[in-house]
Ligand binder design. Structure first.
Ligand SMILES: [Zn+2]
Length: 402
């Protein structure tokens, strides 16, 4: 263990060079107009072959015929029947407005202990830290207790269809395995994410009848009815689904009225159509379909009373899997690692967003989301701290060796 931890420190320069080289090969997700992960994957595949006992590549082909590679590198453990998986994603979001960058997004600049570039923290750090954990073990001549699996996937930023989800039926992941997804976290690494809320986005279209504003009896005001519906749903959901779960921040389900589409151009017209949206983040103990059913009933009643027609369209819906138990092996191990290596008492919790950990939880494999990061994902001047790569690499090595 001591040799491995020291080796990771010694490899600092190589770690920086690896990150710089990798980020210099853009891998913007094609869903956002990028060239995809293929070239970056070729670089990483070569690197994996230098240190792994076995490297497999799973190429998905997307709807535009582009190859979307997924890499799986295994370092055999003393026990080969189980695997500790560390999942990193190769794809990135685009650089966005280039004028907001002080550094070129794909020619990484190293400055004051930070590496600047698109994809350095999201999710380059996961790839580099897990890679050097494995490399340091190899250099020290030690094997992990169980297999160590490094998984570098495509397409995470656009829903993982050609990435992790493509790998889920390849007989790689077993019930007994341990999974770490280093794709969210906080600045000191004290937060371990074990749960996610369910989420649904709804588009609400109210069809009334347009009329002159001075002649309301000739029309049906879709805007008024839409507002009434929104507020009634808002009040009903908060009252009916009010449970709290301390795991989450905030501890309750959230039901928000969000986007509003424009209706008429002039003030003296009664709108015949009204469109707005809901964003709900729901505690896993509630059934999303039941909530949607409740809303449909309210829509029907208000429609009948007002003469309007209220349509409900599901824009996006994801049902949260059961949380990773707080006392599961991977949570306990990670807590121990953080206590031993950093003196940190980590806390577990849930978030309102979604990660690939959900796919593992869904099939009963306990997964944690954890990393030591500044929350600069998707922003201009994205950076990662060299110190954090090194510190996280040590945690991964500790997990593999204990
Ligand atoms: Zn990410």
């Amino acid at each position: 263990m001591k040799c491995v931890l020291e080796k990771i420190d010694e490899l600092r320069e190589e770690i920086v060079n690896f990150m710089v080289k990798m980020i210099s090969i853009p891998a913007v997700n094609p869903a956002f107009g990028g060239e995809g992960e293929k070239k970056r994957a070729e670089f990483l595949e070569k690197k994996l072959r230098e240190i792994c006992d076995e490297v497999k590549r799973y190429d998905a082909v997307d709807e535009n015929g582009l190859t979307r590679p997924n890499l799986v590198g295994i370092i055999f453990g003393e026990n080969k029947n189980r695997t500790l998986w560390i999942i990193g994603h190769m794809d990135t979001v685009p650089e966005g407005d280039i004028s907001l960058w002080n550094y070129p997004p794909y020619e990484p600049v190293v400055k004051e202990g930070k590496i600047y570039g698109r994809g350095t923290v999201d999710n380059g750090q996961a790839i580099v830290a897990s890679y050097f954990a494995a490399k340091a073990m190899l250099m020290c001549g030690v094997r992990p207790k169980i297999n160590l699996g490094l998984v570098f996937v495509s397409d995470e930023e656009a829903g993982s269809k050609y990435g992790l989800h493509y790998l889920m039926d390849k007989d790689l992941f077993m019930k007994d395995d341990l999974v770490v997804v280093p794709d969210a976290g906080n600045e000191d690494g004290s937060f371990i994410e074990i749960a996610e809320k369910s989420a649904v986005w709804l588009k609400i279209t109210t069809h009334g009848k347009q009329a002159h504003a001075s002649m309301p009896h000739m029309g049906i005001n879709a805007h008024r009815i839409g507002m009434r519906f929104a507020l009634e749903v808002d009040e009903y959901l908060h009252r009916t689904y009010s449970a709290k779960n301390k795991l989450f921040n905030p501890p309750e389900s959230t039901f928000e009225i969000t986007k509003k589409e424009k209706n008429v151009d002039n003030i003296n017209t009664i709108p015949g159509t009204d469109v707005f949206y809901f964003d709900f983040r729901v505690l896993p103990e509630y059934d999303l379909d039941r909530i949607i059913e409740d809303i449909k009933n309210i829509a029907e009643r208000i429609g009948k009373e007002s003469g309007a027609k209220i349509d409900i369209q599901i824009v996006q819906k994801s049902v949260a899997p059961p949380p990773t138990p707080e006392n599961s092996e991977i949570v306990v191990k990670l807590k121990n690692a953080l206590k031993t290596l950093r003196g940190i008492d980590a806390r577990v919790g849930g978030i309102g967003g979604g990660t690939v950990a959900a796919a593992f939880r869904r099939i009963g494999i306990p997964a944690v989301v954890w990393a030591t990061i500044d929350e600069v994902e998707h922003q201009p001047n994205e950076f990662c701290r060299i110190e954090n790569i090194i510190k996280d690499a040590k945690v991964f090595a500790y997990l593999a060796l204990n």
